[in-house]
Design a protein around this ligand. Structure first.
Ligand code: SAH
Ligand code: SF4
Length: 361
């Protein structure tokens, strides 16, 4: 599929749309009309925006396209998690994972429908344990490709997503410009309208961007993929730690806390023989307490082609108990979607031949 030189109309923020329309001599109220077609009525073409003058529709058609991510396959897990495969406008693929209410990973409520979205095609950060980084980085997702995962899942399932985690493929903070625009499309009342508090961005620890996001006025949640509480352990498995070490990262997280109300989450994969000792647990507890973070322990999910293994259940429980005894809120996450490779770190670059697996949303 050739890459369309046109931008997607629904990649525009409100201000960008207003500017475009006013550059074509349109009155202000057109902005709301177009936003309504895009985000409320969710039409698929500019042609369908029938209350716009025909001439304006033509002008917009010449400048913009309307090519949303197209759902081309769905895998249903036995635990009701679903993985949707999307084909993008340039023929590349990303995945989103829909996690139904009773399975919500974060938060307290039980009426949650959580969507785990991708932010890039591939990932440049090369964490040694992760499937998403295996084939390297291809490209950033545009704002409409991030928000479009929600719209298309809602369209296909007829359900409303009310919770989002940015834990699919890619490093969201390496794509911060488009991420910030996508956050606007997702959270604003004229857009998808999911409250910022129901959004959790996960990062491997990009310090400057953590500070940028801390300064963002909305109360978004942040989760850090920590996986090692010392530079020695973390640098072994996460190359990003050579750029921003544990101390620098925690300083940034203290800055985050000075700006945001919600508690931080530290994600910590338990990998056998790498980061799973009693001493690792004690250091992690100290670190978590320093920033009042809760800890999500995730027993390692196997990735084809990688040698790592998860510790025994008993060792995982002991690790958790050490944290809890030290006064840290910790959960041992029972992963969902294992059987369809939809669990954390199992999202990888898709090849064309995997398309059309089973279209039964
Ligand atoms: N790049 C961001 C967002 C991706 S989130 C980040 O790293 O935070 C994907 C989450 O799954 C991260 O916490 C990641 O560390 C975790 N993960 C990666 N590989 C995994 C594996 N094999 N088993 C369990 N979790 C894994
Ligand atoms: Fe990229 Fe996150 Fe995977 Fe690391 S864990 S390779 S940052 S997606």
């Amino acid at each position: 599929m050739p890459i369309s030189p046109k931008r997607n109309l629904n990649a525009l923020t409100r201000a960008e749309l207003e500017e475009t329309l006013s550059s074509h001599g349109q009155p202000k109220f057109r902005t709301d009309q177009v936003l309504d077609w895009l985000w409320k009525k969710r039409v698929r073409s500019i042609e369908e925006m029938t209350n716009l003058p025909a001439q304006l529709r033509e002008v917009l058609n010449n400048e913009f396209s309307m090519t949303p991510p197209s759902p081309v396959g769905v895998l249903k897990s036995s635990d009701t998690t679903q993985k949707a495969l999307f084909k993008l406008k340039d023929g590349r693929y990303v995945e989103s994972v829909l996690i139904p209410a009773s399975q919500a990973l974060y938060g307290e409520k039980s009426d949650r429908l959580t969507l785990c979205v991708s932010s890039q095609v591939g990932c440049a950060y090369g964490c040694k344990f992760c499937a998403s980084g295996l084939a390297g980085f291809t490209r950033n997702l545009d704002p409409d490709e991030i928000a479009g995962q929600v719209v298309e899942v809602e369209r296909a399932t007829g359900q409303r997503v009310n919770n989002m985690v940015f834990m699919g493929m890619g490093e969201p903070l390496a794509n911060i410009k488009n991420l910030l625009k996508a956050l606007e499309l997702i959270t604003q009342p004229w857009g998808i309208g999911i409250g910022a508090r129901h959004l959790t961005i996960s990062t491997s620890g990009l310090v400057p961007q953590i500070k940028t996001l801390a300064d963002h006025p909305q109360q978004i949640r942040l989760a850090i993929s920590l996986h090692g509480a010392t530079d020695e352990v973390r640098s072994k498995i996460m190359p990003v730690n050579n750029k921003w070490g544990v101390d620098e990262l925690f300083n940034a997280l203290e800055y985050w806390n000075s700006k945001k109300k919600q508690r931080l989450t530290l994600e910590y994969i338990l990998i056998e023989g790498v980061n799973d000792t009693e001493s690792d647990a004690r250091i992690l507890a100290q670190k978590a307490k320093r920033i009042q973070a809760k800890v999500n322990l995730i027993p390692y999910n196997t990735v084809e082609g990688l040698e790592w293994a998860r510790p025994s259940d008993e060792k995982c429980r002991r690790f958790k108990n050490t944290l809890v005894s030290a006064g840290v809120t910790a959960t041992l996450r029972i992963e969902k979607g294992h059987d369809i490779d939809a669990a954390c770190g199992q999202l990888r670059l898709i090849k064309e031949k995997e398309e059309g697996i089973e279209l039964n949303l």
